[in-house]
Design a protein around this ligand. Structure first.
Ligand code: IMP
Ligand code: MG
Length: 195
């Protein structure tokens, strides 16, 4: 099959290399954009000691790199969610399986997400956090698939627009695999059919 295997770093596990059709965003491009995002956030939140909130697990890599690129005093906390069922996820209902440890009332919150697809999950979580009366609440997202959006969300900080493709790597998984790739790629259609 004529895929551009040459683009896929040789350091990636061989099993992953075989499953990936092509690289969509390489490591250097990701890191350069995340540095810019961190610098912008640092300028906007200087002196505000913001709380960065991430939803596990997809945001792990982005959040770690973004925090290091944001060189101001800040705090970080996590939430974990699970959908009741595929149909409830479509409606944006999620169950909180791990809530924040930090009280965000009166704090400046930067909600950090890996990817916005329909926007339903994020919409639900933002509504929940707003009920806790933060001083401000803004969104930093690495990937946006605007063509799939069902509700209106405009992230203050955005890394990349993506076409309507299922992507893996840099925290994003397919059945819990591929998160540990430092780049973002698409899977081969025959791999998706086989598994
Ligand atoms: P939304 O509620 O449709 O916006 O769902 C967003 C969530 O779906 C993300 O936080 C990811 O966990 C997952 N997701 C959406 N698109 C992708 C993708 O292309 N690859 C991997 N996970 C994805
Ligand atoms: Mg996620």
């Amino acid at each position: 099959m004529s895929t551009s295997r040459k683009d896929i770093p040789e350091t990636a596990p061989e099993a992953y290399r075989q499953a990936i059709a092509r690289v969509i965003i390489d490591e250097a491009t990701l890191q350069a954009r995340i540095s810019e995002m961190g610098e912008a956030i640092a300028r906007d939140y200087e002196g505000k000691n913001p709380v960065f909130v991430g939803v596990l697990k997809g945001v792990l890599f982005f959040l770690a790199d973004l925090l290091q690129a944001t060189s101001i005093p800040l705090a970080v906390d996590f939430m974990s969610i699970s959908s009741y069922s595929p149909s409830s996820r479509e409606q944006g209902y999620v169950r909180i399986t791990k809530d924040l440890d930090i009280c965000i009332e009166g704090r400046h919150v930067v909600f950090v997400e890996d990817i916005i697809d329909t926007g339903l999950t994020l919409g639900y979580l933002l509504k929940l956090l707003r009920t806790r009366n933060p001083a401000s609440l803004e969104v930093a997202v690495l990937f946006d698939k605007p063509s799939r959006r069902l509700i209106d969300i405009h992230p203050r900080y955005l890394g990349f627009h993506l076409p309507d493709l299922f992507v893996v790597g840099y925290g994003l998984d397919y059945r819990e695999q591929f998160r540990n790739l430092p780049f973002v790629g698409v899977l081969r259609p025959d791999f998706l059919k086989l598994s």
